[in-house]
Design a protein around this ligand. Structure first.
Ligand code: NAD
Ligand code: WQD
Length: 337
């Protein structure tokens, strides 16, 4: 019995593949390399010192999926594949709906057809939208999202909920990630964004290495301890380990569940810059500029449901997140190129 990992060559997927393989799971990986490189797959194989089936396939390709389910005995799917750039989703919303929502529907149909009815899905804290106060809890209202990307995550959660209601054999565990950062401790796999990074941590590390000049800090007039935005940063390896626990939970339960994966602690942009400089002995020149549209002042999790249901708790602190990011960045100044 194997676990299918869609989007397994991406940032979070690659780290999860390593932890699953190290824990002894049989895995099958699928990716279309839209936002990742074969080199990531090569390095993962090297890290785990073992092989596993890989399919270059798109989740919108029903025939391709059918073949994967036919050739492998898959019991559960961890579904990472999708597009994730918030700004881009405003410009090309249909691509986002087609890939994320359409792709997930095609995947669920292929799963049902093959009798595989368990999914762990990459959702996001973005589903909580603008109106909920932190700490964010799973029973708060969701859906008041500010961009098409967020809407795809909200819609997919709802679709999976309807699917579980329609068929009591289905299980969908929607993991609402907060802000994943960091890299594998080996420094051989990590986050490799295309072009200028949208997210804070890769921007910080590219400034530190001299690839970018200065970090723009979006707003210093928020109602927070230093005026800059506060987020719940979580080490990508902790996040990967959360998937192992969620997988075990999915194998033993049926029905729909949403679970936060965060640390429960918020750090501001300036906190993260300071932590990065201190942990790595580098400078991160920055300047203040206007707020970014759609940003909230504060966003952090109540992580207690994950501990209660999954027995999972983030273990790695901000210093380790900064050190591991820098190891990856300094060993691979040009990412996977
Ligand atoms: P990523 O872009 O690094 O990984 C996604 C992978 O999916 C890539 O390898 C890409 O090539 C692949 N992919 C995309 N569309 C595909 C398709 N149609 N068919 C097959 N493969 C496809 O992103 P990530 O940061 O690893 O995120 C993984 C998941 O977690 C995504 O669904 C993302 O929305 C979600 N998420 C990410 C964050 C974050 O901050 N990184 C936060 C919350 C949720
Ligand atoms: C963090 C903080 C910015 C860049 C996004 C998505 C969310 C989820 C995770 C997928 C904020 C500030 C940032 C910069 C800055 N992804 N910032 N200068 O916006 O919390 O979440 O990624 O689901 O859906 O929206 O993360 O890293 O972009 O920003 O000052 O150059 O850093 O304003 O306060 P965010 P982020």
């Amino acid at each position: 019995m194997a676990v299918l990992i869609t989007g397994g060559c991406g940032y979070i997927g690659s780290h999860t593949v390593v932890e699953l393989k190290n824990a002894g799971f049989d895995i099958v990986v699928l990716d279309n390399f839209y936002n990742s490189k074969p080199e990531a797959l090569r390095r993962v194989r090297e890290l785990v010192k073992g092989d596993f089936p890989f399919y270059e396939c798109d989740i919108r390709d029903a025939e391709g999926l059918r073949r994967i389910f036919k050739e492998n005995s898959i019991e559960v799917v961890i579904h990472f594949a999708g597009l994730k750039a918030v700004g881009e989703s405003v410009t090309i919303p249909l691509e986002y709906f087609e890939n994320n929502v359409g792709g997930t529907v095609t995947l669920c149909k292929a799963m049902s057809e093959a009798g595989c009815k368990k999914m762990v899905f990459s959702s996001s804290a973005t589903v909580y939208g603008m109106n909920n106060p932190s700490p964010l809890k799973e029973d708060m209202p969701v859906g008041a999202v500010t961009n098409p990307y967020g809407r795809t995550k909200y819609f997919i959660e709802e679709i999976l909920g309807d699917l579980c209601k329609s068929d009591s054999e289905w299980t969908a565990v929607c993991l609402r990630y907060f802000n994943p950062i960091g890299a594998h401790q080996s420094g051989t796999i990590g986050e490799d964004p295309n072009g200028i990074p949208n997210n804070l941590m890769p921007y910080i590390s590219q400034v530190a290495i001299g690839k970018l000049d200065k970090l723009p800090v979006f707003g210093n007039d928020y109602d927070t301890h230093d005026g800059t935005g506060v987020r719940d940063y979580i080490h990508v390896v902790d996040l990967a380990l959360g998937h192992l626990r969620a997988l075990e939970y999915a194998l033993e339960h049926t029905g729909w569940e949403a679970i936060n994966l965060g640390t429960g602690t918020g750090y501001s942009v300036l906190d993260l810059i300071n932590a990065f400089e201190k942990a790595n002995g580098v400078r991160v020149p920055h300047y203040f500029t206007s707020r970014r549209e759609g940003d909230v002042a504060v966003c952090y999790s109540d992580p207690s449901k994950a501990e209660r249901l999954l027995g999972w708790k983030a273990a790695r602190g901000i210093e380790e997140m900064c050190r591991d990011t820098w190891r990856w960045q300094s060993k691979n100044p040009r990412g996977y190129e």
